[in-house]
Design a protein around this ligand. Structure first.
Ligand code: HEM
Length: 216
């Protein structure tokens, strides 16, 4: 681990692993939240399970938070590293003509997602932790979620963040596979295709959830 962190390729590899882990987390997260579109009871049961299960709370959640923190710290480290490298070889800038604006500025969409996460954890995670460990109230997870999306401004901030999340994922998905060594002329186009689908579908589902609860 220490050796991986010391080399630039090792850092990119670890960044890619944390990205792949977060990509899987988003699938689980959106799946649980989608239940809220169909059944209040089922959503409350699923959330209760996630919020009280020992394995989820004391193993998966700490790993998730560690993964999120690692991903953001590494994002800043790699951005600094890239900036320095670009500064040293200004003449080679032309070599990055093929890169999209978003791929060269992942740090900005990442910063918006970081700000969103701050708001989101304050909105949803903090009240759950408070209810579980401080006030010991019985939570109606569905009503918590539903009430949060009554304010138009919150829905708007969330939806803008989901669009930026989509743009971040569109480059991040294929880049994570490439940096983790999955790079083959036969598979790369398929990975790009799945990445584009993923980065459109996941944020769109999150948008549908927020908008649905606002209008219902
Ligand atoms: C409409 C969209 C979303 C809804 C309704 C939603 C809902 C929730 C809820 C209810 C919780 C609290 C779970 C608990 O009781 O502990 C939560 C936690 C969390 N959410 Fe979201 N979420 C949404 C989008 C997102 C997105 C896009 C991300 C990542 C970019 C995200 C990342 C997290 C994280 C890291 C946690 C804390 C870990 C956890 O408790 O599972 N969420 N979310």
């Amino acid at each position: 681990m220490a050796n991986l962190l010391k080399s630039s390729i090792g850092r990119k590899f670890l960044m890619a692993l944390s990205a792949l882990f977060l990509i899987i987390f988003l699938i689980v997260h959106v799946s649980v939240n989608l239940i809220s579109l169909f059944s209040e009871e089922a959503f409350n049961e699923a959330s209760h399970f996630m919020g009280t299960n020992f394995f989820v709370q004391f193993l998966m959640q700490p790993i998730l938070f560690a993964g999120v923190i690692f991903h953001f710290i590494m994002g800043f480290v790699l951005e600094y590293q890239n900036k320095r490298a670009r500064g040293n070889i200004r003449y080679a800038v032309n070599s990055s003509y093929n890169a999209t604006w978003m791929s060269k500025n992942m740090i900005y969409s990442g910063l918006v997602i970081l700000a969103f996460l701050g708001l989101h954890l304050f909105d949803f995670w903090y009240p759950t932790v408070k209810a579980h460990y401080c006030t010991h109230e019985e939570l109606n997870y569905y009503m918590e979620l539903h009430n949060k999306f009554q304010e138009p401004i919150r829905v708007l901030i969330y939806c803008i963040s989901f669009i930026l999340l989509g743009l971040h994922l569109n480059h991040g998905f294929q880049s994570a596979f490439q940096s983790s060594g999955v790079n083959h002329p036969k598979y790369t186009p398929a990975i790009k295709y799945v990445g584009t689908l993923y980065s459109v579908i996941i944020p769109m589902l999150f948008i549908i959830i927020a908008v649905y609860h606002h209008f219902n």
